[in-house]
Design a binder for this molecule. Structure first.
Ligand code: ADP
Ligand code: MG
Length: 601
């Protein structure tokens, strides 16, 4: 028998291997740009023709290569970046496998021009299909220029497999975006078929995001910064109100390397969960800095996947970082209540639902400067209440009695006068003045937000106030629902429910949360179960969110409910003491500010 195993010639082996690293023009763009970064360039220019199919050129002003290195760099596993296996665990450069240039040269016509600072002239090498065709000296500035022509010229199957120029160009722009985002201190340009598409000047990350996505991002971004022992997170998230209907601006980096990570993505989505409508996606540009020893980046040739040693820890830190950013944003003093507004009660009558809205005579302070400290003559009303400022008792007075007295405002009672005036419009909206105009708040959404955060806290601290039922009701369920309810018992009890299992499918409702006074407890629990089934996941966090969402939606005051001024003030105070005052748990906007000038017009 003849031996039948043959060793493949290098050129074929290279072509096969190349397919793994270089799938399309964008992959070559990525590898060349990353090499330029690794070479310490401060300016990198990318030029493409026909979406990279005809030509890709990357010009850098980095360290350049010696003549020998210029020849060597096309060899497989030729790299200046690691020399022993342990180095793999300490990678700070983008490339490290020494595969990219060998792969590109195997499937394209490559021209390399490179010059080190210390050399008088540069060297030019032409390599086609892994064969050196030409080598000469050339005059040039220090740095390196790679020109890749006719990608896949010798792999027609691959070349024909490429998508439309528009699609391939999108891939190129995406790679360009990923590389440029994490290197804002470096200048970049992208030129396609003779047109300059991007001109990015050196700056900071915020300026880079604006350079890539538009200057209107200035106001859309919230900074994120979190430092823990082994992890540091920096970057920006897009404010909830600018969430997009398409999964677009989601950029995760680990040690500045772009990665995709479904689990960590979930940490962010979760942090935004109750603020973004179901069909929208949060935007983010975040870099996670970890000790290279804590990650394994060597598991995929295109390297967008990373394994963390302790991914749960990173998840928790990331989640906390995003929550903190959102919270700080919502606590920032954007609204300043107008104390001296001369509103009287006659006006309140004029604002009843049938009458058209007429403008009160509000003295304006033309010298008011919201950024000057001394102009704030008093503490804003909505500051986070100090401990004990809002006892649960306030809430019982406010909402515990509302079902009994739907048409009777609590005004009749002897109560302290609010310090700011509030009007109710259409028995649904709370209107008050702030420095910048009229603040119009949806009472139902505002109260839902307040209750939502309250319930979440109660579940965290197990301190929900419970109210005993005089006549305990029975809740009878099927086996499946009964076991779901059992799953939720700890959270339900923390909220103030007192449930006792009478038999496998029946629970006695012995107590309900104080906030649920006067409400149909059986219907409420059934609703909770229904929503839980819809949103069900394994995460305990999601269970709490689902519960808090259902409870707050069911128990918040509805539209068309008359409120006293004191009740309105309480809602407004509580709303602006919330972590997130702008949007309801379902993502709807809670309030708008009508600009004073617009009002006068
Ligand atoms: P890797 O980046 O994984 O080391 P590459 O095949 O991308 O492998 O590059 C091989 C080597 O060529 C690099 O290690 C580097 O020494 C050199 N090189 C590539 N591009 C450049 C460049 N733009 N400037 C200077 N040296 C470069
Ligand atoms: Mg490389």
């Amino acid at each position: 028998m003849l031996d039948i195993i043959k060793l493949l010639p290098d050129s074929v082996a290279n072509q096969i291997a190349a397919g793994e690293v270089i799938q399309r023009p964008a992959s070559a763009v990525k590898e060349l740009m990353e090499n330029a970064l690794d070479a310490g360039a401060t300016q990198i220019d990318l030029v493409v023709k026909d979406a990279g199919k005809t030509m890709i050129m990357v010009v850098d002003n980095g360290c350049g290569m010696s003549e020998t290195d210029a020849r060597l760099c096309f060899e497989r596993h030729a790299t200046s970046k690691i020399s022993k296996a342990e180095d793999l665990f300490n990678i700070r450069t983008m490339g490290f496998r020494g595969e990219a240039l060998a792969s590109i040269a195997a499937i394209a016509q490559v021209e390399l021009k490179t010059r080190r600072k210390e050399d008088e002239v540069g060297v030019k090498i032409v390599n086609e299909g892994s064969v050196v065709k030409e080598q000469s000296l050339v005059p040039m500035q220090p740095g390196t220029t790679f020109t890749v022509k006719n990608l896949f010229f010798n792999v027609p199957a691959r070349r024909n497999f490429l998508k439309s120029p528009q699609a391939e160009m999108r891939h190129i722009v995406e790679e360009f975006t990923r590389v440029t985002l994490m290197n804002p201190e470096i200048g970049f340009t992208l030129n396609s078929d003779g047109k300059e598409i991007y001109h990015l000047y050196p700056g900071n990350l915020k300026q880079r995001i604006m350079g890539l996505f538009g200057s209107n991002y200035e106001e859309k971004l919230l900074p994120v910064h979190q430092e823990a022992e082994r992890v540091r997170i920096d970057g920006y998230i897009v404010k909830a109100e600018y969430a997009k209907k398409t999964r677009g601006e989601q950029y995760f980096f680990v040690n500045k390397r772009f990665i995709k990570h479904a689990y960590l993505h979930h940490a962010i989505e979760n942090a935004f969960l109750e603020m973004i409508p179901k069909d929208s996606f949060p935007g983010y540009f975040l870099n996670i800095e970890v000790d290279p020893a804590d990650i394994d980046i060597n598991i995929h040739p295109t390297k967008t996947e990373v394994n963390f040693l302790d991914v749960k820890l990173v998840y928790a830190i990331l989640h906390a970082a995003v929550r903190k950013a959102i919270g700080q944003h919502n606590l920032s003093p954007m609204i300043d209540f107008e104390e001296s507004a001369d509103l009287n009660n006659d006006f309140s009558a004029a604002m009843s639902m049938s009458n058209p809205l007429t403008m009160p005579n509000i003295p304006l302070d033309p010298n008011f400067n919201p950024f000057r400290k001394e102009s704030a003559t008093r503490e804003p009303q909505w500051e986070r209440p100090r401990e004990g400022n809002h006892t649960p008792g306030d809430w019982r007075i406010l909402y515990g009695e509302r079902t009994d007295l739907p048409e009777e405002p609590l005004e009749q009672k002897e109560e302290p006068k609010p310090t700011v005036h509030y009007l109710q419009v259409n028995q649904s909206y709370i209107v008050t003045t702030v420095k910048s105009g009229l603040l119009v708040i949806d009472q139902h959404l505002a109260h839902a937000r307040v209750l939502f955060e309250k319930f979440l806290k109660e579940m965290e601290n197990s301190n929900g106030v419970s109210q005993q039922e005089l006549f305990p009701q029975a809740l009878t369920l099927n086996m499946n629902d009964a076991s779901l309810l059992k799953e939720m018992l700890p959270e339900l009890e923390n909220l103030g429910f007192v449930l006792e299992q009478a038999n496998p499918t029946t629970f006695m409702i012995n107590g309900t949360p104080a906030d649920a006074a006067g409400c149909d407890a059986v219907a409420l629990l059934e609703q909770i179960l229904d929503n839980y089934k819809i949103n069900r996941t394994d995460l305990q966090l999601d269970r709490k969110l689902s519960l808090a969402k259902t409870m707050s939606a069911q128990l918040s005051i509805k539209a068309q409910t008359k409120l006293s001024e004191m009740e309105m003030q309480n809602i407004v105070d509580q709303l602006f003491a919330c972590n997130v005052a702008e949007v309801a748990p379902d993502g709807k906007k809670i309030y708008v500010i009508l600009n004073m000038e617009d009002c006068f017009k």
